[in-house]
Design a protein around this ligand. Structure first.
Ligand SMILES: C[S@@+](CC[C@H](N)C(=O)[O-])C[C@H]1O[C@@H](n2cnc3c(N)ncnc32)[C@H](O)[C@@H]1O
Length: 278
């Protein structure tokens, strides 16, 4: 009796483990209409320097189009073997097998750090589940394109909305949405900046707060606290105005713990500035 109970428990545990090893189904195979594929890649401004990754690549059309029409490289991951096989065959047939490949892999376990453009057409819950992975693994400046479903809590840079008859068979309505996100650099914290002579004497302390792409903060210069105005962050490109410092406009590239760029006076004079994270 005890033996039988143990066997039952072991069977239940191994069934549980098998169930948890099984990839989460992020959506059925429903290809994006070809016109939407072109619009997604155009919105991401895909070009020959790009590396495109499609998570849940279906028949491979997004990555294949990125290579054939826009000259990009990349790969797609897909859990259905037959679709992976079909995609790799299409890549060979269409002469782009040297630039793209398709792999049978769970998209939640895929290393996506190589992407400069990442595309998604997955169930809405999955898209939200993936948000943290994207922010942790993708480099600042990477464009993320999602067909129909937004990454909740992350403000898209652009949203394209259109009506397409092709979508009625897929979702029951003609409405089609494409969201473009740009992965922001991490800028939150205290920065110590050197200012060029002519802007202010000495150093400036910057205190930046960040909620994804939304940045706020203040600067301490010459014993005064000045609010940052018109702050923008796109990927690694940060800019802001200090109205209290002759309306100087600061722009710079964020590279890890340093920012380097130029500061411009309304008169047009430009000078270099740099900052490092304290
Ligand atoms: C809606 S289709 C999108 C296909 C393609 N990206 C497109 O836009 O034409 C979603 C695809 O994701 C695949 N998929 C679902 N869950 C997955 C997982 N955990 N890992 C890899 N692929 C998955 C499905 O098999 C399906 O082919």
């Amino acid at each position: 009796m005890r033996n039988r109970l143990w066997l039952l428990a072991a069977a239940l545990i191994s069934a549980g483990a098998a169930a948890s090893d099984k990839p989460v189904n992020a959506g059925p195979y429903v290809p994006s209409p070809q016109s939407v594929v072109a619009d997604m890649l155009k919105l991401a401004d895909v070009g020959p320097k790009d590396f495109v990754i499609d998570l849940g690549s279906g028949d491979g059309r997004i990555v294949l189009t990125a290579a054939k029409v826009f000259g990009a490289r990349g790969f797609g991951v897909e859990i259905q073997d037959d679709l992976v096989k079909r995609s790799n065959e299409a890549a060979r047939r269409e002469g782009v097998a040297d630039r793209v490949k398709f792999i049978t892999q769970d998209l939640f376990k895929t290393d996506i750090s190589q992407a400069t453009v990442l595309t998604l057409y997955l169930l809405p819950d999955t898209v939200v589940l993936l948000k943290d992975k994207l922010l942790a693994e993708l480099r600042p400046g990477t464009r993320v394109i999602s067909h129909d479903y937004p990454l909740a809590g992350w403000l898209p840079e652009h949203t394209v909305r259109m009506d397409l008859e092709d979508k009625v068979a897929i979702s029951g309505v003609t409405t089609t949405l494409i969201f473009l996100y740009v992965v922001p650099a991490r800028v939150a914290g205290r920065w110590h900046a050197q200012l060029p002579p002519g802007i202010a004497k000495g150093a400036m302390e910057l205190d930046l707060k960040q909620q994804l792409t939304r940045i706020s903060g203040s600067a301490r210069v010459g014993g005064r606290n000045l609010p940052l105005e018109d702050v923008r962050l796109r990927g690694e490109q940060l800019s802001f105005t200090l109205a209290g410092l002759g309306s100087a406009r600061f722009a710079g590239t964020v590279k890890g713990t340093s920012i380097e760029g130029t500061v411009e006076h309304p008169g047009g004079a430009k000078a270099p500035w740099r900052a490092s994270l304290k």
